[in-house]
Design a binder for this molecule. Structure first.
Ligand code: HEM
Length: 408
Protein backbone atom coordinates (compact mmCIF):
# COMPACT_ATOMS: atom_id res chain seq x y z
CA UNK A 1 0.00 0.00 0.00
CA UNK A 2 1.23 3.47 -0.75
CA UNK A 3 1.58 5.92 2.14
CA UNK A 4 -1.33 8.11 3.16
CA UNK A 5 -0.98 11.69 1.92
CA UNK A 6 -3.51 14.43 1.26
CA UNK A 7 -4.02 13.16 -2.27
CA UNK A 8 -3.15 9.50 -2.07
CA UNK A 9 -5.19 7.06 -0.04
CA UNK A 10 -4.25 3.55 1.11
CA UNK A 11 -5.47 0.92 -1.33
CA UNK A 12 -7.99 -1.72 -0.36
CA UNK A 13 -7.55 -4.67 -0.81
CA UNK A 14 -3.84 -4.33 -0.05
CA UNK A 15 -1.50 -4.19 -3.01
CA UNK A 16 1.06 -6.64 -1.59
CA UNK A 17 -0.08 -10.09 -0.49
CA UNK A 18 0.93 -10.91 3.10
CA UNK A 19 4.11 -12.99 3.19
CA UNK A 20 2.70 -15.68 5.50
CA UNK A 21 -0.76 -17.24 5.13
CA UNK A 22 -1.27 -16.40 8.84
CA UNK A 23 -0.47 -12.69 8.50
CA UNK A 24 -3.71 -11.01 7.53
CA UNK A 25 -2.04 -8.10 5.78
CA UNK A 26 1.53 -7.21 5.01
CA UNK A 27 2.90 -5.52 8.20
CA UNK A 28 3.71 -2.21 6.50
CA UNK A 29 0.19 -2.00 5.07
CA UNK A 30 -1.46 -2.99 8.33
CA UNK A 31 0.27 -0.33 10.44
CA UNK A 32 -1.64 2.79 9.27
CA UNK A 33 -4.96 0.91 9.34
CA UNK A 34 -4.45 -0.37 12.89
CA UNK A 35 -3.83 3.18 14.16
CA UNK A 36 -7.40 4.35 13.51
CA UNK A 37 -10.84 2.80 13.89
CA UNK A 38 -11.96 4.16 10.51
CA UNK A 39 -9.70 4.92 7.51
CA UNK A 40 -10.58 6.22 4.08
CA UNK A 41 -9.30 3.84 1.38
CA UNK A 42 -9.25 3.60 -2.38
CA UNK A 43 -10.81 0.59 -4.14
CA UNK A 44 -9.57 -1.00 -7.40
CA UNK A 45 -12.49 0.67 -9.24
CA UNK A 46 -11.09 4.08 -8.24
CA UNK A 47 -13.97 4.72 -5.81
CA UNK A 48 -13.29 5.38 -2.13
CA UNK A 49 -14.79 3.80 0.99
CA UNK A 50 -14.37 3.83 4.77
CA UNK A 51 -12.47 0.85 6.16
CA UNK A 52 -13.63 0.00 9.69
CA UNK A 53 -11.09 -2.09 11.60
CA UNK A 54 -11.99 -2.35 15.31
CA UNK A 55 -14.25 -4.86 17.01
CA UNK A 56 -16.72 -2.35 18.55
CA UNK A 57 -17.02 -0.25 15.40
CA UNK A 58 -17.31 -3.28 13.08
CA UNK A 59 -20.24 -4.55 15.19
CA UNK A 60 -21.76 -1.07 15.21
CA UNK A 61 -21.58 -0.91 11.40
CA UNK A 62 -22.93 -4.41 10.80
CA UNK A 63 -25.97 -4.01 13.06
CA UNK A 64 -26.86 -0.48 11.91
CA UNK A 65 -29.98 -0.37 9.68
CA UNK A 66 -28.52 2.63 7.85
CA UNK A 67 -26.19 0.38 5.81
CA UNK A 68 -27.26 -1.62 2.76
CA UNK A 69 -25.86 -4.88 1.35
CA UNK A 70 -27.49 -4.33 -2.05
CA UNK A 71 -24.67 -3.97 -4.57
CA UNK A 72 -27.08 -2.76 -7.26
CA UNK A 73 -27.55 0.54 -5.42
CA UNK A 74 -25.69 3.42 -7.06
CA UNK A 75 -22.46 4.15 -5.22
CA UNK A 76 -22.14 0.69 -3.65
CA UNK A 77 -18.41 0.06 -3.00
CA UNK A 78 -17.25 -2.60 -5.44
CA UNK A 79 -14.02 -4.51 -5.99
CA UNK A 80 -14.74 -4.87 -9.71
CA UNK A 81 -17.25 -3.18 -12.04
CA UNK A 82 -20.61 -4.93 -12.17
CA UNK A 83 -21.21 -7.18 -15.19
CA UNK A 84 -23.94 -5.71 -17.48
CA UNK A 85 -26.92 -7.99 -16.68
CA UNK A 86 -26.17 -8.62 -13.01
CA UNK A 87 -29.78 -7.89 -12.07
CA UNK A 88 -31.04 -11.16 -13.47
CA UNK A 89 -28.20 -13.02 -11.82
CA UNK A 90 -28.78 -11.82 -8.30
CA UNK A 91 -32.39 -12.81 -7.69
CA UNK A 92 -32.81 -14.83 -4.49
CA UNK A 93 -29.22 -14.26 -3.29
CA UNK A 94 -30.41 -12.77 -0.01
CA UNK A 95 -26.87 -12.02 1.22
CA UNK A 96 -27.17 -8.98 -1.08
CA UNK A 97 -30.67 -7.94 0.01
CA UNK A 98 -31.92 -5.62 2.75
CA UNK A 99 -34.78 -5.28 5.19
CA UNK A 100 -38.01 -7.24 4.80
CA UNK A 101 -37.01 -8.75 1.42
CA UNK A 102 -33.84 -10.22 2.98
CA UNK A 103 -35.66 -11.49 6.06
CA UNK A 104 -38.41 -13.13 4.01
CA UNK A 105 -35.93 -15.44 2.25
CA UNK A 106 -33.55 -15.94 5.18
CA UNK A 107 -36.46 -17.03 7.41
CA UNK A 108 -37.31 -19.83 4.98
CA UNK A 109 -33.92 -21.36 5.86
CA UNK A 110 -33.32 -20.42 9.49
CA UNK A 111 -34.81 -23.60 10.98
CA UNK A 112 -32.86 -25.81 8.54
CA UNK A 113 -29.50 -24.62 9.82
CA UNK A 114 -30.31 -24.34 13.52
CA UNK A 115 -28.03 -26.21 15.93
CA UNK A 116 -30.61 -28.90 16.68
CA UNK A 117 -31.05 -29.67 12.99
CA UNK A 118 -27.31 -29.80 12.45
CA UNK A 119 -27.09 -32.24 15.40
CA UNK A 120 -29.61 -34.41 13.57
CA UNK A 121 -27.32 -34.67 10.54
CA UNK A 122 -24.15 -35.34 12.57
CA UNK A 123 -24.19 -39.04 11.55
CA UNK A 124 -24.15 -37.93 7.90
CA UNK A 125 -21.22 -35.57 8.56
CA UNK A 126 -19.44 -38.36 10.46
CA UNK A 127 -19.85 -40.78 7.60
CA UNK A 128 -18.68 -38.18 5.07
CA UNK A 129 -15.60 -37.49 7.23
CA UNK A 130 -14.91 -41.25 7.43
CA UNK A 131 -15.19 -41.59 3.63
CA UNK A 132 -12.91 -38.60 3.05
CA UNK A 133 -10.33 -40.06 5.48
CA UNK A 134 -10.47 -43.37 3.60
CA UNK A 135 -9.91 -41.50 0.31
CA UNK A 136 -6.93 -39.71 1.79
CA UNK A 137 -5.44 -42.99 3.05
CA UNK A 138 -6.06 -44.60 -0.35
CA UNK A 139 -4.35 -41.69 -2.16
CA UNK A 140 -1.20 -42.60 -0.19
CA UNK A 141 1.49 -40.39 1.31
CA UNK A 142 2.27 -37.76 0.01
CA UNK A 143 -1.19 -36.47 -0.92
CA UNK A 144 -2.88 -33.12 -1.51
CA UNK A 145 -5.09 -32.51 1.50
CA UNK A 146 -7.16 -29.81 -0.24
CA UNK A 147 -8.37 -31.88 -3.21
CA UNK A 148 -8.64 -35.23 -1.39
CA UNK A 149 -10.12 -34.12 1.94
CA UNK A 150 -10.76 -30.41 2.66
CA UNK A 151 -12.84 -29.65 -0.44
CA UNK A 152 -14.80 -32.91 -0.98
CA UNK A 153 -16.00 -33.05 2.63
CA UNK A 154 -18.08 -29.83 2.91
CA UNK A 155 -18.97 -30.11 -0.77
CA UNK A 156 -20.51 -33.59 -0.28
CA UNK A 157 -22.37 -32.46 2.84
CA UNK A 158 -23.95 -29.38 1.22
CA UNK A 159 -24.79 -31.38 -1.94
CA UNK A 160 -26.51 -34.00 0.18
CA UNK A 161 -28.45 -31.38 2.16
CA UNK A 162 -29.54 -29.47 -0.94
CA UNK A 163 -30.16 -32.50 -3.15
CA UNK A 164 -27.51 -31.53 -5.73
CA UNK A 165 -25.67 -34.48 -7.37
CA UNK A 166 -22.09 -34.49 -6.05
CA UNK A 167 -21.05 -36.18 -9.32
CA UNK A 168 -21.23 -32.69 -10.88
CA UNK A 169 -18.68 -31.28 -8.43
CA UNK A 170 -15.97 -30.46 -11.00
CA UNK A 171 -18.48 -28.27 -12.82
CA UNK A 172 -19.83 -26.30 -9.87
CA UNK A 173 -16.56 -26.08 -7.93
CA UNK A 174 -14.66 -24.52 -10.82
CA UNK A 175 -17.50 -22.03 -11.47
CA UNK A 176 -17.90 -21.04 -7.83
CA UNK A 177 -14.16 -20.49 -7.49
CA UNK A 178 -14.33 -18.12 -10.42
CA UNK A 179 -17.26 -16.22 -8.91
CA UNK A 180 -15.24 -15.66 -5.74
CA UNK A 181 -12.15 -14.41 -7.59
CA UNK A 182 -12.24 -10.62 -7.61
CA UNK A 183 -9.77 -10.52 -10.51
CA UNK A 184 -11.85 -12.78 -12.78
CA UNK A 185 -12.64 -10.98 -16.07
CA UNK A 186 -16.25 -9.72 -16.22
CA UNK A 187 -17.23 -11.99 -19.16
CA UNK A 188 -15.92 -15.10 -17.40
CA UNK A 189 -17.68 -14.10 -14.20
CA UNK A 190 -20.89 -13.51 -16.10
CA UNK A 191 -20.63 -16.79 -17.96
CA UNK A 192 -19.90 -18.84 -14.81
CA UNK A 193 -22.85 -17.23 -12.96
CA UNK A 194 -25.16 -17.97 -15.88
CA UNK A 195 -23.99 -21.59 -16.19
CA UNK A 196 -24.55 -22.19 -12.49
CA UNK A 197 -27.98 -20.54 -12.61
CA UNK A 198 -29.01 -22.69 -15.59
CA UNK A 199 -27.64 -25.85 -13.95
CA UNK A 200 -29.61 -25.22 -10.75
CA UNK A 201 -32.70 -24.17 -12.67
CA UNK A 202 -32.79 -27.44 -14.63
CA UNK A 203 -32.20 -29.39 -11.41
CA UNK A 204 -35.16 -27.58 -9.80
CA UNK A 205 -37.31 -28.14 -12.92
CA UNK A 206 -36.44 -31.86 -12.86
CA UNK A 207 -37.41 -32.09 -9.19
CA UNK A 208 -40.69 -30.30 -9.91
CA UNK A 209 -41.46 -32.60 -12.85
CA UNK A 210 -41.08 -35.69 -10.67
CA UNK A 211 -42.64 -34.70 -7.36
CA UNK A 212 -41.79 -37.26 -4.70
CA UNK A 213 -41.21 -37.20 -0.99
CA UNK A 214 -37.46 -36.63 -1.26
CA UNK A 215 -36.18 -35.11 1.95
CA UNK A 216 -33.52 -32.77 0.53
CA UNK A 217 -33.80 -29.01 1.11
CA UNK A 218 -34.59 -28.06 -2.50
CA UNK A 219 -37.37 -30.66 -2.76
CA UNK A 220 -38.83 -29.47 0.53
CA UNK A 221 -38.70 -25.80 -0.50
CA UNK A 222 -40.40 -26.72 -3.80
CA UNK A 223 -43.19 -28.59 -1.98
CA UNK A 224 -43.67 -26.18 0.88
CA UNK A 225 -42.91 -22.78 -0.70
CA UNK A 226 -42.81 -22.86 -4.50
CA UNK A 227 -45.95 -24.94 -5.21
CA UNK A 228 -48.16 -22.92 -2.80
CA UNK A 229 -46.94 -19.77 -4.62
CA UNK A 230 -44.87 -18.27 -1.76
CA UNK A 231 -41.54 -18.50 -3.57
CA UNK A 232 -40.60 -17.94 -7.19
CA UNK A 233 -38.43 -20.63 -8.90
CA UNK A 234 -35.83 -18.00 -9.82
CA UNK A 235 -35.62 -16.95 -6.19
CA UNK A 236 -35.16 -20.59 -5.20
CA UNK A 237 -32.39 -20.88 -7.80
CA UNK A 238 -30.62 -17.85 -6.28
CA UNK A 239 -30.93 -19.24 -2.77
CA UNK A 240 -29.56 -22.60 -3.94
CA UNK A 241 -26.63 -20.90 -5.65
CA UNK A 242 -25.81 -18.90 -2.52
CA UNK A 243 -25.91 -22.00 -0.31
CA UNK A 244 -23.90 -24.10 -2.75
CA UNK A 245 -21.08 -21.54 -2.98
CA UNK A 246 -21.13 -20.45 0.68
CA UNK A 247 -21.47 -24.03 1.84
CA UNK A 248 -18.25 -25.45 0.54
CA UNK A 249 -15.55 -22.90 -0.34
CA UNK A 250 -15.56 -21.37 3.12
CA UNK A 251 -15.32 -24.53 5.22
CA UNK A 252 -12.88 -26.10 2.74
CA UNK A 253 -10.51 -23.14 2.98
CA UNK A 254 -10.76 -23.13 6.78
CA UNK A 255 -9.87 -26.83 6.86
CA UNK A 256 -6.75 -26.48 4.71
CA UNK A 257 -5.43 -23.48 6.64
CA UNK A 258 -6.28 -25.08 10.01
CA UNK A 259 -4.28 -28.21 9.20
CA UNK A 260 -1.35 -26.08 8.04
CA UNK A 261 -1.43 -24.13 11.30
CA UNK A 262 -2.01 -27.01 13.73
CA UNK A 263 0.55 -29.40 12.30
CA UNK A 264 3.31 -26.83 12.77
CA UNK A 265 3.08 -27.41 16.51
CA UNK A 266 2.78 -31.10 17.33
CA UNK A 267 1.26 -30.40 20.77
CA UNK A 268 -1.64 -28.57 19.11
CA UNK A 269 -2.26 -31.46 16.73
CA UNK A 270 -2.15 -33.82 19.74
CA UNK A 271 -4.74 -31.73 21.64
CA UNK A 272 -7.30 -32.60 18.99
CA UNK A 273 -6.58 -36.30 19.34
CA UNK A 274 -6.32 -36.45 23.14
CA UNK A 275 -8.78 -33.74 24.20
CA UNK A 276 -11.64 -33.68 21.66
CA UNK A 277 -13.67 -31.86 24.35
CA UNK A 278 -11.46 -28.82 23.63
CA UNK A 279 -12.20 -28.95 19.91
CA UNK A 280 -15.19 -26.54 19.88
CA UNK A 281 -13.09 -23.79 21.55
CA UNK A 282 -10.17 -24.57 19.29
CA UNK A 283 -12.38 -24.21 16.21
CA UNK A 284 -13.46 -20.73 17.36
CA UNK A 285 -9.83 -19.72 17.85
CA UNK A 286 -9.04 -21.01 14.36
CA UNK A 287 -11.93 -18.99 12.93
CA UNK A 288 -10.71 -15.87 14.74
CA UNK A 289 -7.05 -16.26 13.91
CA UNK A 290 -7.43 -17.30 10.28
CA UNK A 291 -10.35 -14.93 9.45
CA UNK A 292 -10.74 -16.20 5.89
CA UNK A 293 -13.13 -13.46 4.69
CA UNK A 294 -10.12 -11.16 4.44
CA UNK A 295 -11.41 -8.40 2.16
CA UNK A 296 -14.14 -7.58 4.68
CA UNK A 297 -17.89 -7.12 4.31
CA UNK A 298 -19.01 -4.32 1.99
CA UNK A 299 -21.91 -1.96 2.70
CA UNK A 300 -23.37 1.32 1.42
CA UNK A 301 -24.57 4.00 3.87
CA UNK A 302 -28.20 4.92 3.14
CA UNK A 303 -28.24 7.66 5.79
CA UNK A 304 -25.57 9.66 7.63
CA UNK A 305 -24.12 7.45 10.38
CA UNK A 306 -21.32 8.20 12.84
CA UNK A 307 -18.93 5.29 13.36
CA UNK A 308 -15.79 5.57 15.49
CA UNK A 309 -16.05 9.38 15.56
CA UNK A 310 -16.31 9.62 11.75
CA UNK A 311 -19.39 10.74 9.90
CA UNK A 312 -20.11 8.28 7.11
CA UNK A 313 -22.48 10.08 4.79
CA UNK A 314 -25.43 8.60 2.91
CA UNK A 315 -24.10 7.32 -0.43
CA UNK A 316 -20.62 6.48 0.89
CA UNK A 317 -19.21 2.96 1.06
CA UNK A 318 -18.04 1.23 4.24
CA UNK A 319 -16.11 -2.01 4.73
CA UNK A 320 -16.30 -4.02 7.95
CA UNK A 321 -12.87 -5.58 8.24
CA UNK A 322 -13.59 -8.76 10.20
CA UNK A 323 -9.97 -9.89 10.08
CA UNK A 324 -8.48 -6.91 11.93
CA UNK A 325 -11.47 -6.74 14.29
CA UNK A 326 -10.61 -10.35 15.17
CA UNK A 327 -7.11 -9.19 16.08
CA UNK A 328 -8.25 -6.16 18.09
CA UNK A 329 -5.97 -5.93 21.16
CA UNK A 330 -8.79 -4.24 23.09
CA UNK A 331 -10.78 -7.51 22.92
CA UNK A 332 -8.20 -10.30 22.50
CA UNK A 333 -4.94 -10.44 24.51
CA UNK A 334 -1.89 -10.97 22.29
CA UNK A 335 -4.20 -11.04 19.28
CA UNK A 336 -1.50 -12.12 16.80
CA UNK A 337 -0.79 -15.26 18.85
CA UNK A 338 -2.71 -18.44 18.07
CA UNK A 339 -3.80 -19.78 21.47
CA UNK A 340 -5.74 -23.08 21.40
CA UNK A 341 -6.97 -22.46 24.96
CA UNK A 342 -8.28 -18.95 24.28
CA UNK A 343 -11.98 -18.17 24.79
CA UNK A 344 -12.40 -16.71 21.30
CA UNK A 345 -16.19 -16.91 20.97
CA UNK A 346 -16.47 -13.11 20.54
CA UNK A 347 -14.80 -13.34 17.13
CA UNK A 348 -16.57 -11.92 14.09
CA UNK A 349 -15.47 -14.47 11.46
CA UNK A 350 -19.14 -15.25 10.70
CA UNK A 351 -20.06 -11.57 10.51
CA UNK A 352 -22.57 -9.84 12.81
CA UNK A 353 -26.10 -8.48 12.66
CA UNK A 354 -28.92 -9.51 10.32
CA UNK A 355 -26.65 -11.14 7.73
CA UNK A 356 -24.60 -13.13 10.24
CA UNK A 357 -23.72 -16.49 8.68
CA UNK A 358 -26.71 -18.82 8.63
CA UNK A 359 -24.45 -21.85 8.10
CA UNK A 360 -22.29 -21.40 11.19
CA UNK A 361 -23.60 -24.39 13.19
CA UNK A 362 -22.95 -26.56 10.14
CA UNK A 363 -19.48 -25.09 9.52
CA UNK A 364 -18.53 -25.51 13.19
CA UNK A 365 -19.70 -29.14 13.25
CA UNK A 366 -17.83 -29.96 10.02
CA UNK A 367 -14.62 -28.33 11.20
CA UNK A 368 -14.75 -29.95 14.63
CA UNK A 369 -15.45 -33.47 13.35
CA UNK A 370 -13.03 -33.25 10.43
CA UNK A 371 -10.10 -31.99 12.51
CA UNK A 372 -10.61 -34.40 15.43
CA UNK A 373 -10.94 -37.44 13.16
CA UNK A 374 -8.02 -36.35 10.98
CA UNK A 375 -5.76 -36.01 14.05
CA UNK A 376 -6.91 -39.41 15.35
CA UNK A 377 -6.47 -41.23 12.07
CA UNK A 378 -3.23 -39.45 11.06
CA UNK A 379 -1.40 -38.54 14.31
CA UNK A 380 1.85 -38.09 12.36
CA UNK A 381 0.40 -35.90 9.62
CA UNK A 382 2.94 -33.34 8.41
CA UNK A 383 2.90 -30.60 5.81
CA UNK A 384 5.51 -31.32 3.16
CA UNK A 385 6.16 -27.68 2.19
CA UNK A 386 7.28 -24.40 3.66
CA UNK A 387 4.16 -22.27 4.48
CA UNK A 388 5.71 -19.36 2.53
CA UNK A 389 5.97 -21.52 -0.60
CA UNK A 390 2.33 -22.59 -0.70
CA UNK A 391 0.12 -21.09 -3.38
CA UNK A 392 -2.59 -18.98 -1.69
CA UNK A 393 -5.87 -17.56 -2.96
CA UNK A 394 -4.93 -13.91 -2.56
CA UNK A 395 -7.48 -12.58 -5.02
CA UNK A 396 -10.38 -14.63 -3.69
CA UNK A 397 -13.13 -13.15 -1.52
CA UNK A 398 -12.50 -16.19 0.71
CA UNK A 399 -8.81 -16.69 1.51
CA UNK A 400 -7.37 -20.19 1.36
CA UNK A 401 -4.75 -22.55 -0.04
CA UNK A 402 -4.79 -23.92 -3.58
CA UNK A 403 -3.16 -27.15 -2.41
CA UNK A 404 -1.58 -28.56 0.75
CA UNK A 405 0.90 -31.41 0.28
CA UNK A 406 0.89 -33.68 3.35
CA UNK A 407 2.77 -36.82 4.40
CA UNK A 408 2.21 -39.31 7.24
C1 HEM B 1 -16.03 -21.44 8.07
C2 HEM B 1 -17.01 -21.32 7.26
C3 HEM B 1 -17.79 -20.05 7.00
C4 HEM B 1 -17.45 -18.73 7.16
C5 HEM B 1 -16.14 -18.16 7.70
C6 HEM B 1 -18.60 -17.94 6.75
C7 HEM B 1 -18.65 -16.55 6.79
C8 HEM B 1 -19.79 -15.81 6.53
C9 HEM B 1 -19.90 -14.38 6.71
C10 HEM B 1 -18.78 -13.47 7.20
C11 HEM B 1 -21.16 -14.00 6.36
C12 HEM B 1 -21.77 -12.59 6.44
C13 HEM B 1 -21.87 -11.92 5.12
C14 HEM B 1 -22.36 -10.49 5.19
O1 HEM B 1 -22.74 -9.99 6.26
O2 HEM B 1 -22.37 -9.82 4.15
C15 HEM B 1 -21.85 -15.20 5.94
C16 HEM B 1 -23.16 -15.24 5.49
C17 HEM B 1 -23.75 -16.38 4.98
N1 HEM B 1 -23.26 -17.67 5.03
FE1 HEM B 1 -21.48 -18.25 5.77
N2 HEM B 1 -19.59 -18.79 6.33
C18 HEM B 1 -19.15 -20.08 6.48
C19 HEM B 1 -19.86 -21.24 6.20
C20 HEM B 1 -21.11 -21.29 5.66
C21 HEM B 1 -21.83 -22.49 5.33
C22 HEM B 1 -21.33 -23.91 5.58
C23 HEM B 1 -23.00 -22.11 4.76
C24 HEM B 1 -24.08 -23.00 4.19
C25 HEM B 1 -25.05 -23.38 4.70
C26 HEM B 1 -23.04 -20.66 4.76
C27 HEM B 1 -24.08 -19.88 4.28
C28 HEM B 1 -24.17 -18.51 4.43
C29 HEM B 1 -25.31 -17.72 3.97
C30 HEM B 1 -26.54 -18.26 3.26
C31 HEM B 1 -25.05 -16.38 4.33
C32 HEM B 1 -25.94 -15.17 4.08
C33 HEM B 1 -26.76 -14.86 5.31
C34 HEM B 1 -27.63 -13.62 5.15
O3 HEM B 1 -27.36 -12.80 4.30
O4 HEM B 1 -28.61 -13.52 5.89
N3 HEM B 1 -21.87 -20.20 5.31
N4 HEM B 1 -21.00 -16.29 6.06
Amino acid sequence: MTQTTETELPHWPPVNPARSPFALIDDAERQPLAERAVTRVQLPTGATAWLVTRHTEVRQLLRHPGFSSDLLRPGFPLLRPLPPDVTSNSQGAFIRMDGAAHLRLRRMLTAEFMIKNVQRIEPLIHQTVADALADLAAAGSPADLVSTFALPLPSKVICHLLGVPYADHDFFQSRSRLLLDRRAPAEQFQHAAQELREYLRSLIDAKRARPDDADDLLSRLIRERVEPGELDVDELGGMALLLLIAGHETTANMLGLSVLLLTRHREQWAILRDRPDLAPGLVDELLRYLSIVRNGLFRLATEDVEIGGRLIRAGEGAIALLSLANRDPGVFDDPDEFDPYRQAHQHLAFGFGVHQCIGQPLARAELRMALVELARRFPDLRVAADPQELSTRDTSIVFGLDALPVTW
